[in-house]
Design a protein around this ligand. Structure first.
Ligand SMILES: NC(=O)c1ccc[n+]([C@@H]2O[C@H](COP(=O)([O-])OP(=O)(O)OC[C@H]3O[C@@H](n4cnc5c(N)ncnc54)[C@H](OP(=O)(O)O)[C@@H]3O)[C@@H](O)[C@H]2O)c1
Length: 317
């Protein structure tokens, strides 16, 4: 199912998308702690709370001793224990008012419509800080690419929101490997599109750890962080590591581009399929470069794909 944010994103002109900051907006960006973070109950709202990254953000923020509210459209979502659950839909601003009440900082997914209005609503509710989950694809990216565009639009809105902000630009997620589960139930062969493309995949655990730092401290205000894993891997490398942990002889088969385009088109709009082909077949996004920012911020190396597999092996059994 394709999130409707991919379908309903509307844009102004390119200049508006790039989001130049006004002087008055820049003055609001001086590093500071949120007043309520000095003491008392601090509430952090995490969107995407039932997802791979949101779940890790919640666990990291809870571990740091803060109160967490996880947003979901559903009543019984997979939001980690310890977080309060708030119902709401990012496509429907009116559904979010009670979720924002009493919140100090928000972890926000990119790409939803009317993001400036959403941010204004947060600010009116007393939210002081936002941490946006964007993508490494934005750097030098082509605004005609739908994935680049929805992330660029969200970043610009966050920078112009008047809230303290931090932008996270991760590489591809190790958790994308969970998409192999149906194939692995059927046998030991995994077919994967773009199998020849190396990606410095990151563990959502590390995104969650960085997000927790940015949500709970003023030290990261006004920063955009590129976050990657420790090593660029091909799909075949991932299959070998996963197979070794599971004790299975997995075989990776590169899915031909025509088949990949057809299969992707069954679950996402053409603009999104085109975006991935622009990234990986027309050189639009080199996601293989390893960046040291995550290690610098966390004070330890980012987790390896083997670490991720060991932490999630049960999901594949
Ligand atoms: N996968 C990658 O390699 C990659 C790389 C860079 C950036 N990203 C970005 O990272 C985001 C999060 O990825 P993930 O793997 O953590 O996601 P995920 O596991 O697929 O989960 C998606 C989350 O989005 C929430 N959601 C979907 N539509 C919503 C709506 N209309 N209103 C409120 N919440 C909504 C879902 O919440 P409920 O179903 O509980 O409502 C769910 O928690 C992606 O959406 C993508 O834009 C991904």
């Amino acid at each position: 199912m394709v999130p409707s944010r991919f379908l309903s994103l509307s844009l102004g002109g390119r200049q508006a998308v790039r989001g130049r900051m006004s002087v008055s907006t820049m003055l609001l960006f001086s590093p500071r702690r949120l007043p309520r973070m000095e003491g008392g109950a601090v509430v952090i709202l995490v969107t995407g709370a039932s997802g791979n990254v949101g779940g890790e953000v919640i666990r990291a923020v809870l571990a740091a001793g803060y109160q967490v509210r996880g947003l979901s459209r559903h009543s019984a979502p997979g939001v980690p224990a310890g977080a309060e659950v708030a119902r709401g839909d990012l496509n429907d601003r009116g559904s979010l008012r009670s979720a924002f009440a009493g919140v100090d900082a928000v972890f926000l997914l990119a790409g939803y419509p009317e993001v400036s209005g959403l941010l204004a609503e947060m600010r009116a509710a007393g939210v002081g800080r936002v941490v946006l989950l964007s993508s490494g694809a934005v750097a030098g990216g082509d605004l005609d690419n739908a994935v680049v565009r929805f992330n660029v639009v969200s970043e610009a809105a966050v920078r112009d929101s008047g809230l303290d902000w931090t932008v996270l630009r991760p590489s591809g997620f190790m958790s994308n490997t969970l998409q192999w589960i149906p194939q692995l139930r059927a046998g030991d062969v995994v077919r994967e599109p773009f199998a020849d493309v190396p990606i410095a995949m990151i563990d959502p655990y590390d995104i969650g750890a960085v997000a927790a730092l940015a949500l709970t401290s003023g030290a990261h205000n006004g920063q955009s962080y590129r976050l990657t894993g420790p090593k660029a891997l091909h799909a075949a490398n991932r299959a070998a590591i996963l197979g070794a942990v599971l004790g299975r002889d997995l075989r990776l088969v590169a899915e031909p581009d025509d088949d990949a385009r057809r299969a992707m088109g069954e679950s996402m709009p053409d603009s999104m399929v085109d975006a991935f082909f622009q990234f990986f077949r027309r050189g639009g996004y080199d996601d293989s470069h390893v960046d040291g920012t995550a290690a610098r911020l966390l004070g330890r190396p980012p987790r390896t794909f083997g670490d991720w597999v060991r932490a999630h092996a049960e999901a594949f059994r």
